[in-house]
Write a protein that binds this ligand. Structure first.
Ligand code: FAD
Length: 159
């Protein structure tokens, strides 16, 4: 099977867009990610998947913590900053939730402690125990579909 065919198949699954944040030795690092899901209600667990070439990988291994920041439709620029799609350095404001940096204005912020890690192929799955969360704003989410940013509004979905 061609990589392109696999990517196209996965791209047919529409997702939200998150920025994963963590802090190591006083430096805040962020990375755009859509590989995220809720795993368990009791205990409250989530999972993210981080590529082997991402600098975020070693940072989470060191900090043993991460936060998930769910973006809304007006935050595409933030997604592009933390995916390296905007090359110039940009200043981003962070606030703190359970001692973790979180993105100001994200619709939801979820702070986690890593309780398990599984290397699978070229990605590592980090299971996170949710230690705190804040629902800031339930506006239209930023959506990623077929390799492009979109929103429910643009897709004609009533919300
Ligand atoms: P870098 O490439 O070093 O950093 C990424 C960018 O963030 C850089 O431009 C950097 O300047 C900026 N940045 C970091 N910290 C700060 C800060 N404190 N202030 C301001 N700017 C900062 N990859 C995955 O592994 N898993 C996924 O689930 C995933 N999903 C994705 C979903 C989408 C929609 C997109 C567009 C990309 C996704 N990626 C995913 C790819 C991933 O976002 C990029 O490969 C990213 O560049 C990898 O980040 P890095 O940790 O290597 O950090």
């Amino acid at each position: 099977m061609e990589d392109r065919q696999f990517r196209n198949a996965m791209g047919n699954f529409a997702t939200g867009v998150n920025v994963i944040t963590t802090e190591v030795d006083g430096d805040v690092h962020g990375m755009t990610a859509n590989a995220f899901m809720s795993v368990s209600l009791d205990p409250k667990l989530v999972v993210i998947s981080v590529g082997e070439n991402a600098s975020m990988l070693e940072k989470i291994r060191k900090s043993k913590t991460y936060a998930v920041n769910i973006l809304s439709k007006d935050q595409q620029e933030l997604s592009m900053i933390f995916a390296g799609q905007i090359k110039e350095d940009r200043h981003v404001d962070f606030e703190w939730l359970a001692d973790l940096p979180v993105i100001k204005g994200a619709s939801t912020q979820i702070s986690c402690e890593v309780v398990n890690e599984h290397v699978e192929g070229d990605h590592t799955l980090f299971i996170g125990k949710v230690v705190d969360l804040k629902l800031k704003d339930c506006s239209d989410p930023l959506v990623f579909y077929k390799g492009k940013y979109t929103s429910l509004e643009k897709s004609g979905v009533a919300i």
